[in-house]
Every structure is written in structure tokens, then in C-alpha cells.
Design a protein around this ligand. Structure first.
Ligand code: AMP
Ligand code: GLY
Length: 429
């Protein structure tokens, strides 16, 4: 079968790499893709949110399944677009419709959903410009640190955690009165600060049955020791030592089941991935957020651990028969280390030539922000390359990731040398 994959990051390269291993695959197209996805299929110069162009392409190239990588097309309704078009509505789209994507697209929606269905999460209240004064007063009743979240999508920047009341009040004012994040901050969720260690659990569902995929830990800050600005993610490790079978069991009972059941009760159709950002507080999970897609760079450690045919899982989702397919997981550890452009997550340059890729032998290189230019591979984003290693321990996997990172370079390249270090030193709660 011919498959169209939407997106252009490291997550999509990992999807392309995994899908290309399927015996069910005839042709894989990636829109728009990057220099890495081109190794496993054909890149097409169409934006992931240009639905009209996607439609033409799908019909011309006899696409029989569409996989959506990023949240943007989902929140904008790419799945609904397919369902509402007679020539497309028999083609399965892996990713929820706009309503289900609100689990990520609106913090207020997802908080209401969690409270309604008894999913453990931080206590919260939502404020608008009209209730700014109440919001400022509410902050006075809380203890620091304060968690303020722009309701809508804000490119991963919409969460602010000030440590003083004055900063929190100023921030709330900036978000609501000065539209700091545009329309995304026309509503702001203020919530209780959760203590614990963060990790992410991923669920694949056809709306009825589900599979829990390997958990992963992400490293969000730019600097070593978790310092500096937030990024899209600087590395990831799977499995996570503090997410043992007993913990995952709690996640399944307290979070995954009520979430799937809640979607059904609310009449919200949902197919695809649910990415559950969790806080593990001494063995008890609480939901920080839902995303309606896989994580990046988490995908670069989760997919290499899935032994089952990913396309077979997707086809089963399209038929609502996910329960028929077995999910096989590799017990080994996967680590990924992200190499980024100098200056990221602030301003950075693009177009730097990448050298040394051919020297990597023991790790898999997933391209995150690259493109082909005059026969060379050049940087084309802030996060540029993810180096995934596999091994019998975190240390063994990391040696492969770092070994690969040392082979490759471009002007201004930077990566964190401490990915996974906290997990290797972790001695329990
Ligand atoms: P989100 O976009 O909701 O994932 O938030 C971004 C980051 O802010 C999370 O990965 C957490 O590190 C942090 N965060 C969000 N909500 C809370 C909370 N209630 N308590 C503590 N940290 C939080
Ligand atoms: N790595 C976090 C995310 O994909 O949202």
C-alpha cells in the first residue's frame, strides 16, 4: 500500500524509518519531510496543513493511509477534512479529529475532561481578560511556584512557572491583557504545582482498544543539569527506571482506561496516539498534559523499541481491529541525543553544512531539521539531528548515541552531554 506521512521533524524521520521496514508498504511519501525522510521514501513539497494540496496528492498517488506526525494539522482538522470529502472518506487517517485533538489544542478543554472523568491531575482554574482581577486575586491564595498555561497552542512556549507572586501576577497580566501569546493566551489556566519526576507514556488507540507503548523521559532544557530555556526536547531515554511495571499498571488503571472510556462517553471519536505527560510523585501518577500525537524526540527512542510492524498496527486502527495485533517490545534501552544549532532555542542560523554522517555505524541518525542542498546535507532548523543508540543498559545505549554525535558536526553544533545521567544515578524515591 502507498502511505503519506505528514511532517518534517525527527519524529517523522523515525516514523519513515519504521514504516519503510514494513512488508505491507509499497510507496512512502512524506510531506514535506527532510533530508533524512528522503532515505526511506519520497519527499513531496506540500505543507502538512495545506489540505487542498494534500487531497490532490492523495488521489493522484493512490494513497491508502495517512499518518499525521505533528499536532498542527490535527488541531486544524485534517482528519475531519478527509471524513467530510466523499473521495477521501474511505482513507484511514492516523491521528484524531479536531475535537479529540483539543486534548492538546486547549488546556482548559483537557483539564475539564480530566476532572470530568476522574483522571488525576493538578487542581486548576481558568481565567480570561474579563476575569483578570479574579485571576490576580486567585494567585494570592496559592503558594509558589505558580503554574500559568496559555490555553491554546503556543509552540511549546505557553507554560510559564514564576517563583514569585509579583512575577506570576505580571505574567498573568501579560498573557490576558497584553495577549503575550496572541489568541492562545486569551484564556489562561492557573494550576497547582506538581512535585515529582516527569515522564511520558504513549498510547495507541482505535477508539475502542488500546496499546500502551514504551514510556520515555525527555530532557526539555537547553543546558546541562536541566538549566536554561525550554526547548522541544534535547534527548530521551526509554524505558524509564522509575516507571516500573507496578507504576505503569497504575497509569493504565487510573489514567489510560478512564481516558479512553471518557472519550467514548463524551462521544469524541479518537484514533491515533495519546501522549500523556505525567508527574510521578513517589509512585503516584498525575497528568500534566495530553498531546494528540507522538513526542519528539521521544519517538526516536520509542519506535526503535517496537518490534511489531508499525504499518500493520496502523492498518488495524483503520479497521478498528487494533485488539487483533500483538505489540512486541524490545527489552533493551534506547537513548537519543539531539544535536542543535548554535543559539537554539533563541535565534539561530540555517544552511550550515553537516559533515561526518557517513562515519556513524553504531547508532541510528534521525534527521530533525535538515535538507538537501546542492548535493550536501545542510541544517534547516533549531533541532538538527537525533542520535539513537540501543544497548543493554542506559550507559551502553548512551555510548552509542554520544559516539555518533562525536562523528558528526556543523558550525555551532551543540548537544547536552548529560542526557540520561540522572537516570543512571537514580536511587529510588
Ligand atoms: P506542558 O506544556 O503542559 O507540558 O508544560 C510544560 C512543562 O511545564 C512540563 O513539561 C512540566 O515540566 C512543567 N509543568 C507543567 N505543568 C506543571 C505543574 N502543574 N506542576 C509542575 N510542573 C508543571
Ligand atoms: N518532547 C516533547 C514534545 O514532543 O512535546
Amino acid at each position: 500500500m502507498n502511505v503519506l506521512l505528514l511532517g518534517s521533524g525527527g519524529r517523522e524521520h523515525a516514523f519513515a524509518w519504521k514504516l519503510s521496514q514494513s512488508s505491507l508498504l509499497k510507496k512512502l511519501y512524506i510531506a514535506p519531510g527532510n533530508a533524512g525522510t528522503a532515505l526511506h521514501g519520497t519527499n513531496v513539497d506540500i505543507s502538512a496543513t495545506d489540505f487542498a494540496a494534500i487531497k490532490n496528492f492523495v488521489l493522484e498517488h493512490e494513497i491508502s493511509l495517512v499518518v499525521v506526525g505533528p499536532e498542527d494539522p490535527l488541531v486544524k482538522g485534517v482528519h475531519d477534512f478527509f471524513l467530510n470529502d466523499e473521495s477521501l472518506n474511505n482513507i484511514p487517517v492516523i491521528g484524531p479529529q479536531a475535537q479529540g485533538a483539543q486534548l492538546e489544542g486547549s488546556k482548559d478543554f483537557s483539564k475539564q475532561f480530566m476532572i470530568r472523568h476522574g483522571v488525576p491531575t493538578a487542581a486548576y482554574q481558568t481565567f480570561t481578560k474579563d476575569t483578570l482581577q479574579q485571576g490576580l486575586a486567585f494567585l494570592e491564595t496559592l503558594r509558589p511556584p505558580y503554574v500559568l498555561k496559555a490555553d491554546g497552542l503556543a509552540a511549546g512556549k505557553g507554560v510559564v512557572i514564576p517563583t514569585t507572586l509579583a512575577d506570576a501576577q505580571q505574567e498573568l497580566h501579560a498573557m490576558l491583557a497584553d495577549a503575550k501569546f496572541g489568541a492562545a493566551s486569551s484564556r489562561v489556566v492557573i494550576e497547582e504545582f506538581l512535585k515529582g519526576i516527569e515522564l511520558s507514556v504513549f498510547v495507541l488507540t482505535d477508539g475502542n482498544s488500546y496499546k500502551i507503548l514504551p514510556a520515555a523521559k525527555d530532557y526539555k532544557r537547553i543546558g546541562e543539569g536541566d538549566t536554561g530555556l525550554n526547548t522541544g526536547g534535547m534527548g530521551a531515554v526509554s524505558p524509564v527506571p522509575f516507571a516500573d511495571a507496578a507504576f505503569i499498571q497504575k497509569v493504565e488503571e487510573r489514567i489510560v482506561k478512564p481516558t479512553i472510556e471518557g472519550l467514548r462517553k463524551d462521544g469524541i471519536p479518537y484514533v491515533g496516539f495519546i501522549f500523556i505527560g505525567l508527574m510521578n510523585d513517589h509512585g503516584d501518577p498525575k497528568v500534566i498534559e495530553y498531546n494528540c500525537r507522538m513526542g519528539d524526540p521521544e519517538t526516536e527512542v520509542v519506535l526503535p523499541r517496537i518490534q511489531s510492524d508499525l504499518l500493520e498496527l496502523f492498518v488495524a486502527i483503520g479497521k478498528k481491529e487494533l485488539h487483533r495485533v500483538e505489540l512486541k517490545i524490545d527489552d533493551r534501552t534506547a537513548t537519543t541525543v539531539m544535536m542543535v544549532a548554535g543559539g537554539y532555542p533563541g535565534d539561530y542560523e540555517k544552511g550550515k553544512e553537516i559533515t561526518g554522517l557517513e562515519k556513524v555505524s553504531e547508532a541510528t541518525v534521525f534527521h530533525a531539521g535538515t535538507k538537501q542542498q546542492s548535493g550536501k546535507v545542510v541544517t534547516n532548523g533549531g533541532r538538527v539531528l537525533a542520535f539513537t543508540g540501543m544497548g543493554d543498559s542506559i550507559d551502553a545505549a548512551l555510548q552509542k548515541s554520544f559516539g555518533a554525535a562525536r562523528c558528526v558536526g556543523f558550525e555551532g553544533a551543540y548537544y547536552r552531554r548529560d542526557i540520561g545521567k540522572d537516570l543512571m544515578e537514580w536511587k529510588g524515591f
